[in-house]
Design a protein around this ligand. Structure first.
Ligand code: F6R
Length: 618
């Protein structure tokens, strides 16, 4: 949830450590924006700390008003509050003596540690769990005289989840970090090194990176990176090269990251399809290193995910069941783990996550593996935890998604799930190679269709602006249109703070139709008339039913589908697309609608209230 940056540069103090850390925090602000803070160290100087509640801009204003001295190393934090409200005092870094600490995660045994420390004379000023770590580290340093061993000792005493970074005023060329169930990556520079919650923190400076393993401590100086386990034994971290550059994480002239990321969607789908076939056009999915005999024997697939990623899982269910004839369940990851799910070694668990860090999904992955299931992760962020703990990973290539609400990653997740379904279908003999190849061709045409939807989005934006005062909007869909309806409703709730519900259109007459009163706006996602006849005609009947009761019908329909015209107040046309692939185009007008409406209301679409991009607490 929180964003963490660390930096060590040359031995001569300068403004660079602060600049690097503030720039890193700017790129990590999507992780949380309840407060921000920095701590700087320099030879012979006392610790310098600044922190401020609210967005990073508040901290920057504070630093302009009260500049900090030049430094040789720095740490910085952007917070999504868990323990203690979003105040200046609860903002990180937390300080004890000459030590400053920042933390992402939750220290579950903090109350017990706080009592122990208070009994020994420690004075607490904040309501956070993190402050205990500052006191523990300061005491361990005083005893051991070394920040790295102090961190190893303290990390071993903490329960819960954490990434920690610390500096000490007497060690001005050193930043020490520790990770347990929360992300931390190292950026390897020339005469300088970096730490970050993800690579976005340092991508402007280096693409050479190192992924820390579970329960590791890392110490960076300007020239060295040393990794150990919590017991102090040397440990290995995996080197990798980041495959996107800093420009991909910039707004590139768009009003918001979200706007930009919607415009990135054709590329996100195209890139996710790239390099997944051999010369003969056969799907290879090299990353799926689960034995083919195991995949042939799979008798059930369970998708675990949260929020938007779970809706991608719902789309995957329709496609995979149709192509592979394997039953697919989709379960919210936080429910999966706590209800004794029936999974075993013949179950393939598919974990879908943009960040690869969602704690609920990670816990579901661990639970599934404990039951003997193989886990395949569909993840966008390299160096994240879920792929590392899974048996296989199919990376989506959506590029960095900065806006808190997911858009392009959703399309990339659906695309990767299709690839998995087609791969399994051919492997298990449910489909012939030419059938798979024909669908792959259709998929390759989808980025162009998404572009058409974006190019034609003027009308949906106009309607969104008119509807800025609407108190509630309903969304209906059937078959793959149902998860699209739920995603449309979620986007509107989180971006525009408008009450919205997505229903399966067939459920309407079993209750929700009572909500329809004159003027009620209802989006209806209409399936292709070229797909299953009954499916299309049933949805057209649903539009008639709500229209007859006064609903204002906003219809998403395929080019040429004239059957909807008599019952639609507005039609947003999308290019003709095969039924199972249609979510990749039908969801786009709904994303644009929510983004535009929220913008018209003057809201921050990139950082909606109360949310964080990466939910690393359960
Ligand atoms: C909604 C949204 C969230 C995420 C969910 C899972 O716009 O972004 O619902 O989809 O928190 O996050 P990841 O995919 O990172 O596991």
């Amino acid at each position: 949830m929180c964003g963490i940056v660390g930096y060590v540069g040359s031995a001569t103090p300068s403004g660079r450590p602060l600049e690097v850390v503030i720039e890193g925090l700017r790129r990590l602000e999507y992780r949380g924006y309840d407060s921000a803070g920095v701590a700087l160290v320099a030879p012979g100087e006392p610790l310098a700390v600044a922190k401020k509640a609210g967005k990073l801009a508040n901290l920057v204003e504070e630093l302009d008003a009260r500049p900090l001295p030049a430094a040789t190393a720095a740490i910085g934090h952007t917070r999504w509050a868990t323990h203690g409200g979003p105040t200046d005092t609860n903002a990180h870094p937390h300080v004890s003596g000459k030590v400053a600490v920042i933390h992402n995660g939750i220290v579950e045994n903090f109350a017990e540690l706080r009592d122990e420390l208070a009994a020994a004379g420690a004075v607490f000023v904040s309501q956070t769990d993190t402050e205990v770590v500052a006191h523990l580290l300061a005491r361990a340093y005083d005893e051991l005289g070394d920040l790295t061993t102090a961190m190893q000792q303290v990390a071993g005493r903490l329960d819960g989840t954490f990434t920690l970074l610390a500096v000490h005023a007497d060690r001005p060329g050193l930043v020490v970090g520790a990770r347990h169930d929360s992300p931390l990556v190292v950026g390897l520079g020339q005469g300088e090194n970096f730490l970050g919650s993800d690579v976005a923190a340092f991508i402007a400076h280096t693409r050479d990176a190192m992924e820390l393993g579970q329960d590791q401590v890392v110490s960076i100086t300007a020239d060295e990176v040393a990794v150990t386990d919590f017991a102090g034994r040397p440990a290995q971290a995996k080197r990798f090269v980041v495959d996107w550059d800093a420009r991909a994480a910039e707004k590139g002239g768009f009003r918001s990251f979200m706007d930009k990321e919607i415009h990135d969607e054709p590329q996100a789908v195209a890139d996710t399809l790239l390099g997944r076939t051999d010369r003969a056009g056969r799907l290879t999915l090299d990353e799926v290193r689960i034995d083919e005999s195991v995949l042939r024997a799979v008798d059930k697939i369970v998708v675990v995910a949260c929020g938007t990623a779970a809706y991608a899982g719902h789309v995957a269910k329709y496609a995979i069941e149709h192509w592979c004839r394997i039953p697919v369940e989709v379960e919210l990851a936080h429910e999966f783990r706590y209800r004794d799910p029936v999974v075993d070694e013949r179950t393939l668990v598919v974990a879908i996550s943009q960040s690869g860090e969602t704690m609920d999904t990670l816990m579901a992955v661990r639970h599934a593996r404990e039951q003997g299931s193989r886990v395949l992760a569909i993840v966008n962020t390299h160096g994240s935890t879920i792929p590392r703990e899974s048996d296989a990973v199919l990376y989506t290539h959506a590029g960095p998604e900065v806006a808190v609400a997911s858009t392009k990653a959703f399309l990339a997740q659906i695309t990767a799930a299709y690839l998995l379904g087609l791969y399994l279908a051919e492997l298990r003999g449910n489909m012939f190679h030419d059938e798979v190849a024909a669908i792959l061709d259709e998929l390759r045409a989808v980025p162009g269709k998404i572009q058409q939807v974006i190019d034609r989005s003027g009308r949906v934006q106009e309607v969104a602006r008119w509807m800025a005062d609407t108190p509630t909007v309903l969304f209906l869909g059937r078959h793959v249109g149902y998860p699209v309806a739920m995603e449309g409703a979620l986007k509107l709730k989180e971006l525009a703070y408008i009450h919205a519900e997505g229903f399966p259109a067939g459920e309407l007459k079993h209750g929700p139709i009572a909500l329809i009163e004159p003027g009620q706006p209802v989006f209806v996602v209409v399936p292709s008339p070229r797909g299953r006849d009954a499916l299309h005609s049933k949805v057209v009947s649903n539009i008639q039913e709500i229209r007859a009761r006064g609903a204002r019908t906003l219809v998403i329909a395929e080019d040429g589908d004239e059957a909807v015209l008599p019952y639609a107040d507005e039609v947003f046309w999308v290019p003709q697309t095969p039924t199972l692939l249609a979510p990749l185009v039908t969801v786009v007008p709904l994303q644009i609608f929510a983004c535009e409406l929220a913008t018209a209301k003057g809201l921050d679409v990139d950082q909606p209230r109360n949310l964080a991009k990466s939910v690393t607490v359960e």
